[in-house]
Write a protein that binds this ligand. Structure first.
Ligand code: B12
Ligand code: SF4
Length: 472
């Protein structure tokens, strides 16, 4: 009998809502196993909110619920029960760093309930925190750890009938994406749970590429080569999402491209726009860069706007030129704050609302904070041409976070070396606090010394976030 795989999506209790976006990796990998004739199911863990909508900090797996999807159909929706693992030979966990704690609980549970099964971990946590994952011991250690693409390593262990290689065996592979011909699975029973809107229409999301051509010093992914999925696969994915929307009775629907840079150049945007329109989407959202908008203008955003592109996400980062220079977004080439203003104006004129992502940095003084306040105030007040599908005026939005120099980033290195005046990091033994969020939904305060006190940065953050419009 062929080995059976259970793809597991750990919970995200720290997100404002668990069912906003599907976690895509298990769905790509499931489609790949189907293509290679291996059976698999999906387990989606989530935390049920209380009657008042709150979600207390989870302390054990028993605090979660689970959805089991077999052959594309929902067969279980109940409180988590580890017995579910007993039917499978490979427990395949897809883990982003904030989910790492739950991945450990799940691994220990799988050891108990399915002692003969192998546990495999892939995802961005294994990629950026490989050392920690490999050094896990006891019941929390995985058998196989996959820091990069999962397609080939999965097939290799299944073809070899799940060989015993000792704990923490690393399988690293970079996939030729031309071979990924099937789109991620989109089980309607699961898709029906996700609630996300773009310009007033229900939306699902996808990606067209992996990696990013930019080099922000705060980002773990800076400089990862951009690799595109085949156009035919994207097309099939757009068709599958549109079919799911229609199966849910939706006449008008939307799609979001979550690529780090989804609108990359005029040629690529034209082709993508044509595909989106061909599949009947009425609205869409993507990410791009201020520099690309200013460089290409309408040639970049025109086809997007003409086919229902109503929102664009841009990492605007800061209104302070000093901070922008330190971020080094364009690998040594200058990026000017004025281009950020200009990018917003261009998008808004074309009927595209901007979601501007900004950060606060530990070296910032009052002048830097004021410069970003001004940028944010400009974004939220700049008028956007047009209305959304509910007849409401389109509005720009903003997001403000405090930068944490995560392990593996250039800022982590620079701040550790004391290369930025006025900032020093807390004891390196507190490195554990440099994980994203975690069970306590906080990355902690990792600095010993900052230019302004923490409270001042928190006040700036809450002021900027208070300017968000009531809808997007
Ligand atoms: C879409 C997205 C989201 C969405 C959906 C989440 C999701 N997981 O799909 C939302 C908005 C919810 C989100 C939220 C957050 N995100 Co996010 N997100 C992304 C984004 C842009 C795309 C993810 C994606 O679908 N990729 C496509 C799939 C195919 O790639 P993949 O997941 O890496 O999977 C491949 C491999 O990792 C591997 N693999 C994955 N799982 C498994 C499992 C097994 C068994 C195997 C063998 C292999 C394997 O195989 C896959 C194919 O190669 C990525 C950046 C990126 N380009 O990947 C950031 C990214 C994953 N997010 C990131 C972050 C930081 C966050 C947040 C913490 C942001 C915040 N401050 O709130 C939250 C945390 C949410 C969480 N669940 O933990 C970081 C993660 C860093 C880390 N250390 O984990 C990334 C890498 C961006 C970045 N460069 O900083 N995110
Ligand atoms: S543009 Fe986004 S994904 Fe790319 S390096 Fe900067 S923060 Fe990271």
């Amino acid at each position: 009998m062929k080995p059976r795989t259970l793809f597991v999506k750990p919970p995200d209790p720290f997100l404002q809502d668990e069912f906003v976006y599907q976690q895509l990796a298990p769905h790509y990998l499931q489609a790949w196993l189907t293509q290679h004739d291996y059976p698999s199911s999906l387990l989606v863990l989530y935390q049920k909110p209380r009657a008042d909508g709150s979600r207390p900090t989870p302390r054990r797996l028993g605090d979660f619920h689970m959805l089991l999807i077999e052959h594309g159909e929902l067969v279980l929706d109940q409180p988590f029960d580890g017995v579910v693992f007993a039917d499978y030979d490979l427990i395949a966990l897809s883990v982003m760093t904030p989910q790492a704690e739950y991945a450990r609980w799940l691994t220990a549970c799988a050891r108990r309930e399915a002692p003969r099964a192998r546990v495999m971990m892939g995802g961005s946590h294994a990629r950026y925190y490989l050392e920690q994952v490999v050094n896990e011991t006891g019941v929390e250690a995985c058998d196989y750890v996959v820091p990069h693409d999962g397609w080939r390593p999965l097939l290799d262990v299944l073809d070899a009938r799940l060989p015993r290689r000792g704990r923490g065996h690393v399988l690293s592979h970079q996939q030729d994406l031309a071979e990924i011909v099937l789109p991620p699975t989109r089980p309607v029973d699961l898709m029906s749970r996700y609630r996300y809107e773009i310009a007033g229409l229900p939306a699902f999301h996808t990606v067209t590429a992996l990696g990013c051509p930019f080099t922000c010093n705060f980002c773990e992914a800076g400089g990862e080569r951009t690799r595109h999925f085949p156009a035919a696969m994207i097309d099939a994915d757009l068709a599958a999402m549109a079919a799911a929307h229609r199966a849910l009775g939706r006449e008008h629907y939307a799609v979001m491209f979550f690529d780090d840079v989804g609108l990359l150049n005029p040629r690529q945007t034209r082709a993508l726009s044509a595909r989106v329109a061909a599949h009947g989407y009425s609205a869409w959202r993507a990410f791009t860069h201020a520099y690309l908008i200013v460089r290409h203008g309408e040639a970049l955003l025109g086809p997007f706007a003409d086919t229902g592109g109503r929102r664009v996400g841009i990492g605007l980062e800061t209104g302070s030129q000093r901070s922008l220079d330190l971020i080094n977004k364009r690998n040594g080439k200058q990026q000017r704050v004025e281009e950020h203003y200009e990018a917003v104006r261009i998008a808004n004129r074309l009927g595209i609302a901007v979601d501007g992502f900004t950060m606060i940095y530990p070296w910032e003084d009052e002048a830097d904070l004021r410069a970003t306040d001004e940028l944010v105030e400009f974004i939220v007040s700049n008028p956007v041409v047009g209305e959304d599908h509910l007849g409401r005026p389109l509005k720009n939005s903003v997001d403000s976070t405090i930068m944490v120099p995560y392990q593996g980033t250039r800022f982590n290195e620079l701040l550790r070396q004391g290369a930025v005046p006025g900032v020093s990091m807390a004891d390196p033994r507190e490195q554990g606090t440099l994980f994203y969020k975690g069970v306590d939904a906080s990355s902690g305060w990792v600095y010993r010394e900052t230019v302004l006190p923490r409270e001042r940065y928190l006040a700036a953050q809450s002021y900027r976030n208070s300017l968000r419009p009531s809808y997007r």
